[in-house]
Design a protein around this ligand. Sequence first.
Ligand SMILES: [Ca+2]
Length: 339
Amino acid sequence: MWLSFSDYKLGKMSCVVIRYTITLLVFQIITINAEWNTKDFQKREHSLTKPYQGSGFGVPNWDFQGSTMVTSSHIRLTPDQRSKQGALWNKIPCRVRNWEVQLNFKVTGTTRDLFGDGFVFWYTKERMEVGPVFGSRDFFSGLAIIGDTYSNHMARHNHQHPYMSAMVNNGSISYDHDRDGTDTMLGGCEVKFRNMQHETWIAIRYENDRLTLSHDLDDKRAWAPCFSMDNVKLPTGYYFGLSATTGDLSDAHDVISIKTYELDTAAGVPKEERPDIQPETEFVVKAHQEKKVDSDSLPMSGVKKFLIGLFVVLALVVVAVIAIMIYQNQQENNRKRFY
Ligand SMILES: [Ca+2]
């Protein structure tokens, strides 16, 4: 059978369409694979996606605190108002050893230059404890990924704000706001995430004791590296959370989604739970040792000081009494000599 010219053209066109569709599909599969390891398993109990409210009251698996408000499009930790604190905490401890959390967030404000204070992504032993570290407790045990929008200027650092950094703590170290946590951070990078029209993301990946922070601020669906660090020891069984705060300056801090994945790690990477270890990095060990040296070289405790003080006072009294006795004795002798 002969094909007419138009049939031939049509056939050729459909061939082109089919070829184009196949190319597009292959490309899409490759792109998806480049982004996600499809074997990574999303942990629903540690994730938070729209619609937030389940069939019942509240949001399943998550608790709220302070100024936090749930809307249909986002969870607002703080509104763009002064002196607000809000937090969002997962109810279920994370028993997975190797994980990645992808956080879709939004920080917006009406001012261009004056804004604050920031937010923290937490993986800690403690939960729902209001405090001074961006709305949550100080001397925490675990990991903090800090998005600090306001530079407190008291420490010399060569970076601009907003700045994202990590801190690991075993409960013994305080976060110093005045110095923007400069002395306790493990690593960080400048992340200009404020007032974006599109979605902004960070990814916190914890795999085989390696902590990696990356971000996608350009809406490219590709991760840009922030920093990576080995030998970060975190126990299993801690809680994921987010908190934010405003002070004299403000911003609205919104969480849009939290997606947590159990990583499909390579063979040989340990997967077993380890709830009994202490959070540790080389930095925490160093800080701990310095503290120990400090307390060893400290001359005395309060009780010791009191006892020594008491002894000195008693010695002085004894010396004074003896001096008075000697003086009186001499006066007596002198009197005797005159007679
Ligand atoms: Ca700050």
